[in-house]
Write a protein that binds this ligand. Sequence first.
Ligand SMILES: [Fe+2]
Ligand SMILES: [Fe+2]
Length: 318
Amino acid sequence: MATPAPHDEQARFDAVIAADEKIEPRDWMPEKYRRNLVRQISQHAHSEVVGQLPEGNWITRAPSLRRKAILLAKVQDEAGHGLYLYSAAETLGTSREEMLDDLLEGRAKYASIFNYPTLSWADVGAIGWLVDGAAIVNQISLCRTSYGPYARAMVRICKEESFHQRQGYEIMQTLAQGSPEQQAMAQDALDRWWWPTLMMFGPHDADSAHTQQSMQWKIKRQSNDELRQKFVDQTVEQAARIGLTIPDPELRWNEARGHYDFGEIDWDEFQRVLGGNGPCNRSRMRDRRRAHEDGAWVREAMLAHAEKHNRRAAGAAA
Ligand SMILES: [Fe+2]
Ligand SMILES: [Fe+2]
């Protein structure tokens, strides 16, 4: 059979996207679609992995055995999310080593939110409630993304993220019902994490470099501003229910829009942290590099084991 001409391939690709079906690893796809996906999925994978650091900081200091077991499980889940996502990106022809090199050498980005410090136990609550909460809003939408392996990874990740969100909210709820000091700790964590969480959705649609093309390709299914609004609407009510105040004097219900209006993000801060100058950018990368180096013997041992296994299998076959 003759190889189909590229325009047939393009037509097939366009038809699959138009029909809301999935593009799979062996399908032809435009090179820019592939590159865009590798960038987005690997960035997402790096965020899961680097995201373990701020919370890992509290595993040994969790206030009870129950809290420690829950946090440990949650942080392990994030490692698993990294694994699903690196695997999804590998189906596009990029190796995990390449992606990790890009991260460790500072060429790849990860979510800027993880460049903020976790100063108190309440920060673990705020991360679960707000950061994982924001991640879910984004990821629910990505369950319908056009690339099959990415969409399927998202379905699985979302199930775990909802557990993360609830464990965070439960920590905040407990603190908010506690002593005045505990209430103040919860409010302080909300005050510090609220705006960085809103920044997680990225620049306004009009200023977003990748949004338009990604929406056409159905890699992204909802815009940054739509997703941010959705998150604000659901979180305002959750804060009110536990008696915490969202640190935004401009926040109010807009009857005509059917949504909450909210204040403007400090985009200078957004750019500063994105540019590598947030409070913890350097220490996060230092810790990640050290973890990678510390894990070298595990990778070597696994390779040696696989080689031994292959040799034995070859010997048995001979
Ligand atoms: Fe995750
Ligand atoms: Fe999570």
